[in-house]
Design a protein around this ligand. Structure first.
Ligand code: HEM
Ligand SMILES: *[C@@H]1O[C@H](CO)[C@@H](O)[C@H](O)[C@H]1NC(C)=O
Ligand SMILES: *[C@@H]1O[C@H](CO)[C@@H](O)[C@H](O)[C@H]1NC(C)=O
Length: 546
């Protein structure tokens, strides 16, 4: 039984640390459930047989034979990554299998990804439903979890045009520059005492500051690393969201068990999490609306996304639920993904000292040491850009993307995909496909120097942001934010490993949750390259003054 549960948990590859990833189960209800399963088994088998004879006229993609009700969940052994990798080598680049009673299709190479995201883009542009998705999205009033329709398209457009167009990005450049200064200052303090830097933390705090100030004009972390009490409750909420996103709900996979609510998901998600989200976001909305009425917006100039969303009038106006759903989406989609990417990049750089030196030389020659690197420098830093691309190839933040879904039966590469299938694109497998990449597991930024490979979904063998109409909305921000963070870290500091560690000791093991994290957090020691750099002392003055 333990094993069965563990297996269920292992699926999805969303969960690494199996046993701990699955939400706690009520054992008495589980026993009851087993009895129910047994009773329904015969009935279900009957249905399966009838269905499969009907499907014979259509060709399903190859895949392992499902068990009734639990699908392939029993066959996933202790190493889900290995199991799926084996499936791909047994059945080829497109697989069909059942997880619980839900049909899944997994595609594993560039050509199949192109079929899904280009040729049949529209048919696969929906999203499967899940209890967690419903709660996070305030009832699918959002962008990430909403199936494609006119409203989804409108919301994407509103956010993209406000935040991510070149002019939208320009209005927030100064704010991001300040966050980089804050980050550098934090590390500077650690460098002076030669203490070990928790790289993930400093990067993440900088990204969160950037994201929250762009979204609702609030920086939760001050440069001295302190948080106010509101910041604390925001971080707790984020932690809760990230933890829930790394868990699986049996009820989502085996709808027949939903009513039993084995993991108390109803209460955890529909009640506790929902309340916490509503409390935070609705009070944020009310607070901001009050500001509007009193003083702001007199000059009609919006300063952040929330201002803009609340200022929409008439036919364009948005409900509080929709505004909250959008903010929650962007915080969730935009922070961990960006942070892990920068952390992976620095890990690879420290594991390969020649890359570190080459990148530092490039930055020093382009930027010098008088001022901190700015976003406008990035176009002159091709090697740094190549490092970021190589990181996105080898360590895509969302290795299986975000699930797609077809609401009607669809033809794909000569097969029929039944309506209601969940479709996963194995972005990680595509970036490491030996058919398209030489020495695929080697971190080698040089492969991108002078290459015309784009990240925007024209070259389907490199699709860290996916492609087609669901293409990552935050892409324009990511491609400035990640290299900017790295450039600031490499320009200001020399990096070494804690005593006794060699570059080849840096583990590249992954831990999958909401994003693809490092299993072992990167620890490094920073020392100031140019202690007399004017921007370092200027910052200290600012901090002391504030
Ligand atoms: C390194 C960082 C990031 C990576 C690798 C990444 C990757 C992705 C991927 C693979 C998808 C799924 C697309 C699909 O369904 O086919 C996605 C969707 C999305 N991303 Fe990103 N992302 C990153 C950062 C961001 C940031 C910073 C934001 C916003 C601030 C963002 C906002 C979104 C949104 C809103 C969607 C959903 C789009 C939709 O469903 O229509 N992402 N991202
Ligand atoms: C995706 O591809 C990777 C690398 O080939 C593999 O290890 C993993 O098992 C695959 N995941 C799924 C769900 O197919
Ligand atoms: C990727 O590999 C496949 C199989 O060898 C090939 O057909 C395709 O043209 C390759 N694409 C690129 C861009 O290299």
């Amino acid at each position: 039984m333990m094993k069965f549960l563990r297996l269920l948990g292992e699926w999805g590859a969303v969960a690494t640390d199996l046993v701990s990833s699955i939400a706690p189960v009520d054992w008495v209800s589980l026993l009851a459930a087993i009895i129910v399963i047994l009773i329904f088994l015969k009935l279900h088998q009957h249905g399966t047989r009838r269905r499969s004879s009907k499907l014979q006229q259509h060709k399903l993609p190859p895949g392992p034979r499902p068990w009734p009700l639990v699908g392939c969940m029993l066959q996933v052994n202790d190493l889900p990554h290995k199991w799926f990798a084996n499936l791909a080598s047994t059945y080829g680049p497109i697989l069909y299998l059942h997880m619980g009673s839900l049909p899944y299709v997994i595609v594993n190479n560039a050509q199949m990804a192109k079929e899904v995201l280009k040729t049949h883009d529209m048919e696969f542009a929906s999203r499967p439903r899940s209890m967690l998705g419903e709660v996070i999205s305030f009832g699918y009033e959002d962008i990430v979890f909403r199936s494609s329709d006119a409203k989804w398209r409108a919301l994407r457009k509103i956010c993209a045009s406000n935040l991510f167009t070149p002019s939208g990005l320009k209005t927030t450049t100064a704010l991001r520059q300040e966050d980089m200064l804050f980050m550098v200052h934090c590390i500077h303090a650690a460098a002076k005492s030669r203490s070990i830097v928790n790289v993930k933390r400093v990067i993440h705090e900088a990204n969160l500051n950037t994201m929250c100030s762009m979204l609702f004009g609030k920086r939760y972390f001050r440069a001295d690393g302190k948080l106010d009490s509101k910041g604390k409750s925001f971080l707790d909420l984020l932690d809760l969201l990230v933890a829930e996103s790394g868990q699986l709900n049996l009820g989502d996979f085996i709808p027949a068990l939903k009513w039993l609510d084995l993991q108390r998901a109803e209460k955890r998600l529909r009640k506790d999490l929902k309340q916490a989200l509503e409390k935070f976001f609705f009070s944020k909305l009310a607070e901001n609306r009050k500001l509007h009425c009193t003083n702001k917006l007199l000059d009609g100039k919006e300063s952040h996304l929330l201002d803009f969303l609340q200022s929409l009038k008439g036919k364009e106006s948005l409900s509080d639920k929709t505004i909250a759903g959008i903010l929650c989406d962007l915080v969730l989609a935009g922070t961990d993904t960006t942070s892990v990417t920068a952390e992976w990049a620095l890990s690879e750089i420290l594991a390969n000292p020649h890359i570190l030196h080459k990148a530092q030389e490039e930055i020093a020659s382009v930027v010098g040491q008088e001022r901190l690197v700015q976003e406008s420098d990035l176009v002159n830093l091709p090697y740094l850009q190549a490092i970021v691309r190589e990181t996105l190839r080898l360590h895509p933040a969302l290795p299986l993307g975000i699930p797609h879904y077809n609401s009607v039966a669809t033809h794909l590469a000569g097969y029929t995909i039944p309506a209601g299938s969940t479709l996963l694109i194995n972005i990680s497998a595509i970036g490491r496909d030996p058919a398209n990449w030489s020495h695929p597991t080697q971190f080698n930024p040089d492969r991108f120097l002078g290459s015309d490979i784009q990240l925007v979904g024209e070259h389907f063998h490199l699709i860290p942001f996916s492609a087609g109409r669901r293409f990552c909305l935050g892409y324009p921000l990511v491609i400035v934010q990640v290299p900017h963070v790295l450039a600031a870290l490499l320009q200001t500091f020399d990096w070494s490993l804690p005593a006794g560690k060699r570059p080849e000791d840096i583990s590249m093991q992954e831990k999958i949750g909401l994003a693809c994290y490092r299993a072992v957090p990167l620890e490094a020691v920073a020392s100031c390259r140019f202690p007399a750099a004017p921007y370092l002392s200027k910052l200290s003055e600012n901090i002391q003054g504030s």
